[in-house]
Structures are given as C-alpha cells and as structure tokens.
Design a protein around this ligand. Structure first.
Ligand code: ADP
Ligand code: MG
Length: 698
C-alpha cells in the first residue's frame, strides 16, 4: 500500500481546488477561508460544479450536507445529482445554491424548545473552512459537504456553529496578547486539537446476542470474568491478528478521507484500543473525529466485529475516553503554549499560562459540563479516569516557577530536564522532559499543549473545545484590557501574572487525582465536584456563563437554555432506554433461566434423594438460587413501577434528577442478583455471552 498515494484521495482539498478551479475563483475561496466573509454566487456555482465533477469521477451518485446536530452524532440526507429528465436523459448537477444552503426537514432534531415543531425550518450552510469529501459506503459514494445547522431565526442547532464562533473569539483575543508583545507579523491565532480516541471491539455474533449492547452500547448485566486487566498485560501489548486487520482497514479508510490516523495501540482493558491522528485546526479536528468514529463502526462490520464507543461498556474494567490535546498558535507557526528554553523569562508564555489558570479556575464548572454525557457518569471518578473535579497539572518545572512567582513576584531560572542514564553502557544518554506525566489529571500540561482528558469516548469534542476557547478568550480579553492601557508594560505584565497566579493557584494539583484525599482537599479549596451529568447542567445558564458566552457571541441565553433542556431530556431518555432494556432482559432471559435452573436442581434433588444419597449440596444451591430469584423479581417489580412513575413527571429537570436518583439505583439492585446468579448457573444454560466471551474472544 502506498500511503502517500491514497492519503487524502477522497478529499476535495486545496490542491484539488487549485487544479480544478479558475485562478480567480480559487483565490476568492482561499481568501474567504482565511479571512471569513462571503463567496459570490457566481463563484459558488463554479466551485459546486467542480466539486460535483470531481465527486462523480470518484463514483459519487449523491451529495449530502453533512452536519452535527445535538444528538452527538452526525446527520446526513442524501440527494442524487440528477435533474428532471429531458428526452429521457438526465444531467448531473450541483448548483452554487445547493452547495451553500440546504433546508433539511429538520423538525425532529433536538432543539430544546428553540423551535416549536410547526416552525420547523432549519438551514444547513456550507462551512468553507472544512473540506468536502466523498464517503464510500454501501449506499454508494456520497459527496459530503460539511455544514453548520441553524434555525430560521439563526440560532445554532448544532455543535459546529458555536465552535466556529468560539474560534473567532479566541483568535481575536489571543491576537491582542500577541500584539502586546510586539509581534506585528502574525495575522491570526488558530486553535489546534489532536484527539486520542479509545474504543472497544467485540465479536458481532456475540454482540447480537446481547440486547443491552444493541440498545444501549454497554452491558447492563454481567459478572466479572476470571481475568480482567490486573496483569497489565494488555496495554501496548502485541495486537491480535483480527484486530490488526481491522486497524489496517480502518487506517486506509481514514487516510483516504484525509484523516491522519497515526498512533494505534492496545489500551488497558482487554479488547480495548486507541487511535490518534495528528493534530489539526480545531474545527477540522472535530469533523475528522466525528467521521473517524463513524468509520470505526462501519469498518468493524466488515470484520465481523462491532466497535463500541461507549464510555463504559463493561463494569469493573477500564472505560474509554478521549484525550483532547489542545494548543493555540499563530499563522506564522508559533505555538503560544510552548514555554521555550527558559519559561521563567518568557513573559508572554507566563501571561498566557496565568490566563489559562484563571480561565480554568473561574469556569471549572463549565469545563466539567462540556465533557458531561450519560456514559461519562460511569467513568469519571472511577479509578481509571480523572475525577469529576477540574484541576490543572503543570509538572515540576512550571509548578516551581508559579510557586516562585507567587512568593517573590518573579522567578529565577527554570528547572531543566537533564539527561537520563539507563545504566546500560551502549544506550545513549536520553534527554529528559522537564516534567513527568500525571495520568490522573483532567487538564494536564504536556510540554507544548494541554491535554483535556475528561471528554467521553462517544462524545463530540466540539463542546469541550468551544468552552475551552470561550473561557480562555475571556481571560485574554481581561488581561488585554488592562495591559493595552499600561504605560509601564514590563512591570505591569509581571504584576498581572503574579496576581492571576496567586489568585488561581488553587486550581493546580499534582498529586493522585484518583485518591480520596484529593476529593477532600478539593472541597477545602472550594473547587466544584460535579459528579454526575445532571449536576453539571445548571453551569450552562448561570449569570457567569451567560455573560461569558454572550460577550463573545458564542451562545445566546436562549441557545444555552435550549442546550440545558436537551441535556436533561437526553439523560432521561437514555436512562429510560437502559431501564427498559433491563426490564426486557430480566423478564425474558434471566428470570426464565433462573426458573429453569431451579427446576432442574429440584428434579436432581428428588432423583438423588430417591436412591438414598445425600442431596445437601443441591439443596444449598437451590436455596441460594431461590433467594436470588426472589431478589431479582422484587427488584424488577420495583424498577417497572418506578419507571412508570418517573416518566410521568412533567418538568425536564425534575425528571432527569428522578431518573438519576431513583432509576439508576433501581437498576443496580436488579443487576446485582443477576450477576451473582451468573456465577453458579451452568454456562450452557446462561442466556447471553459472558464478560469473558465478550472481552477475550475477539
Ligand atoms: P502524548 O504522548 O504526549 O500524549 P502524542 O504525540 O501521542 O503525545 O500526541 C497525542 C496527540 O496530541 C496527537 O493527536 C498529537 O497530534 C497531538 N498533539 C501534539 N502536539 C500538539 C499540539 N501542539 N497541539 C495540539 N495537539 C497536539
Ligand atoms: Mg496523550
């Protein structure tokens, strides 16, 4: 396989445009891509036609406005290129208008009250900054045009619109900081993101036997397998052939669509893996990640596998997240998060760092909210992922500098990394990083970027980055407001750095984020600990949040309120599906299995006793099973009754809380006896594949 040849072959990239567009039109597109603004209708016609010709050469039959509604996944509606036939012949066509705008009948996407169904108009509009591509699937080859999705009155109904707005905000505010330090050549600051995507693979035939996996993406029942991840033999382990074949195929598909899949390895849990691309501009990274998740699922079916993106498919083993690596840099190639050789004297870096500390501390609740989804409730705060408390890990070098600045107002030379001697004579001395890693931190500095490790594996990274851009833009804006007026810049900037670092030092934490002590310590420091998704929703609509997002035109109050409503509704719907699935599985699978098994035991007891042999073991088994069966039946009854009551609640917030407070514990009560029963029922009788079958037979 020649990677260079296939890479990007399905992307309508800059070089394809250069080749296929008249120079004038190409220049116009480039100008709008870089500086914003509108492309003329005449040029749009030319671009559309070139795009269509290119796609048709690739075998495309349809085009689609590809967008990201608030369902967390992408949406597409295919329209064939064909026009009304004349003399029995059709022309293949894509007009500028069709390229620029679409009007999906979108009344059934979540809008959180922004649109009553009778005002159903929603529009998709071309995002010229993200390249069009063709997608090869069973439905044919489809030309996908990345778009934003807004309501008739211009409110964002998607993930993309606020993200693009937030990128403009951080660009504008970061440029003010860049200018303050005398840089006159840069014209733009761009946010970059590299998301590491974790996932599980499971055999498709086994998957199809589990209603919980099918309906909810996770197992709702299941006793632990005899072997888990305790030997730590899976992480970075050699990749099994079947999984390897999948990865190879996946890479090829991703590369064709211009996605730079590079890293691949086994993760901590059995059958868990990771894929990471090379970082790119934030909105492209978001598109690419959505596309990657979709492709991961699609390719899996070809290998008789299913790709599980749920944050916690199996209880008791490592869950999946997404590490959102983030930095900002100028269009002249300078990374603003790079401390350089001596951070202690790099005032621009220190100011940016101080602003980020301020931003994360001030809006810890919002950052936590931005990474909340239903599945992440199982993952955050368990002993594998960061807790639900936001804190920053800077590493020894920078922490030392911050400490000095807080104490003395300035810092002396920074600690250096030094060299590492392995003690093996022929191994070269290695240059060490100045800081170690901290896997337990939700927001960790990793040399020249921050790694926001909280995002869930199935979630879009759009909202996390939108929030990140907003909070940092605000801190930059506050700092620039002060410093632009300064008459003694050097002194004032140092004062401001010291002030911010002192005030927001509490957000720094380098210890074990998984520990009980940290939870107590964080409470003493007054840091929010928003353990569950339902607890994070109010952060969206506080005065602080509304002021922040409205100031930078990222969300209006109405958009924030609609998102809060969608979060509550999504939570309730998801838990309801899980509860209904459990009711189904318990009623149709587990209770009948327990009944059959107890009957068999009873028959065995009768048979054994009739020949005068001791049947006490069977009797004990029968007793235990009967007790579990009874617990199961009672828990099932309670779950059914509670779900019925909870779904009658009118208020969305109240309903979501009731699902969390009443139904989730009910589900645990039903699960426990089933899992206990699994341990002693004959494997042949057990109605579904076990954890061992699912995780170790891939
Ligand atoms: P690490 O091992 O430090 O996590 P990797 O090199 O594995 O780093 O990178 C993880 C992800 O971070 C990759 O997607 C990578 O492209 C991305 N990344 C690297 N540098 C940056 C940066 N400056 N800004 C944003 N993302 C970055
Ligand atoms: Mg990493």
């Amino acid at each position: 396989m020649n990677v260079a040849e296939i890479f990007g072959s399905n992307v309508f990239s800059e070089s394809v445009m250069k080749e296929r567009l008249p120079k004038k039109v190409f220049d116009e597109v480039m100008h709008v891509m870089k500086n914003g603004g509108q492309i003329s209708m005449a040029s749009a016609d030319v671009v559309a036609n070139a795009m269509k010709d290119w796609a048709v050469e690739k075998g495309a039959t349809h085009y689609s406005h590809w967008f990201q509604p608030l369902t967390g996944i992408t949406a597409e509606k295919h329209d064939a290129f064909i026009t009304v036939p004349e003399n029995g012949k059709t022309l293949l066509q894509l007009s500028g208008k069709q390229l620029i705008m679409g009007e999906p009948d979108a009344s059934s996407f979540p809008s959180g009250g922004l649109r009553a169904t009778h005002y159903a108009r929603g529009y998709t509009a071309w995002d010229i900054t993200s390249p069009a591509f063709v997608k090869e699937q069973a439905a044919g080859v489809i030309l996908c045009i990345p778009t934003v999705f807004v309501s008739y009155t211009g409110e964002a109904l998607d993930q993309k619109t606020p993200l693009l707005r937030s990128m403009e905000a951080i660009n504008e505010q970061a440029m003010r900081i860049v200018r303050l330090f005398g840089n006159t050549s840069a014209t733009k600051v761009i946010a970059s993101v590299g998301p590491e995507q974790e996932y599980f693979l499971v055999d498709r035939q086994k998957y199809l036997k589990r209603r919980d996996l099918i309906y909810t993406g996770r197992t709702l029942f299941g006793a632990p397998a005899p072997k888990g991840q305790e030997l730590e033999d899976q992480y970075f382990g050699s990749i099994r052939e079947r999984v390897g074949a999948y990865m190879k195929d996946l890479n090829t598909e991703l590369w064709k669509m211009g996605i730079t899949a590079t890293a691949q390895h086994n993760e901590v849990a059995p059958a868990q893996h990771e894929m990471a691309p090379i970082y790119t501009t934030a909105n492209i990274a978001v598109d690419n990640n959505q596309l990657a998740m979709e492709t991961m699922k699609r390719v899996a079916t070809r290998h008789g596998l299913v790709c599980l993106l749920h944050e916690k498919p199996y209880a008791g083993v490592n869950g999946s997240g997404k590490h959102n690596n983030w930095s900002i840099g100028t269009d002249t190639g300078e990374n603003l998060i790079d401390p350089g050789d001596d951070p202690s004297s790099n005032l621009r870096f220190l100011l940016i760092l101080a602003c980020i500390m301020k931003a994360v501390d001030t809006h810890a609740d919002l950052l936590r909210q931005s990474s909340a989804n239903v599945g992440n409730d199982h993952r955050l705060g368990a002993d594998e992922a960061p807790p639900a408390i936001i804190s920053i890990f800077l590493g020894d070098q920078l922490e030392d500098i911050v400490e000095q600045i807080v104490k003395h107002g300035t810092a002396d030379a920074a600690k250096k990394g030094g060299t590492l001697d392995t003690g093996v004579s022929f191994v070269p001395l290695l240059n060490k990083d100045a800081t170690d890693r901290n896997r337990t931190s939700p927001f960790a500095f990793t040399g020249n970027k921050f790694e926001f490790r909280m995002v869930g594996s199935s979630d879009s990274i759009a909202s996390a980055n939108t929030t990140l851009h907003a909070v940092v833009a605000e801190a930059f804006c506050d700092a620039a407001d002060i410093l632009e007026k300064s008459t003694n810049f050097d002194e004032d900037v140092k004062k401001l750095i010291a002030e911010y670092m002192t005030k927001h030092q509490r957000i720094l934490f380098k210890g074990n984020g998984y520990s009980e002590e940290w939870i107590e310590e964080a409470a003493r420091r007054g840091l929010p600990n928003l353990r569950y998704m339902v607890d994070t929703v109010p952060a969206l609509t506080t005065d602080k949040a509304v002021k922040l997002f409205e100031k930078f035109n990222i969300y209006t109050r109405a958009e924030l309120e609609s998102r809060a409503e969608i979060m509550y509704a999504t939570y309730s719907k998801s838990i309801n599906i899980e509860a209904q699935t459990m009711i189904h599985m318990a009623g149709k699978h587990y209770v009948p299995t327990a009944v059959t098994y107890t009957t068999k035991l009873a028959q065995s007891i009768a048979a054994v006793s009739s020949v005068g042999v001791d049947s006490s073991v069977q009797q004990e088994l029968l007793n235990d099973c009967t007790v579990l069966l009874k617990r199961m039946k009672e828990a099932l009854k309670k779950l059914i009754a509670d779900v019925e009551a909870v779904t009658k609640i009118q208020d969305v917030c109240e309903m979501a809380h009731a699902f969390h407070d009443i139904i989730v514990p009910d589900m645990v009560h039903l699960r426990t006896p089933v899992d206990e029963l699994e341990l002693f029922v004959d494997k042949k009788e057990w109605p579904v594949p076990t954890y061992g079958d699912l995780m170790f037979e891939v």
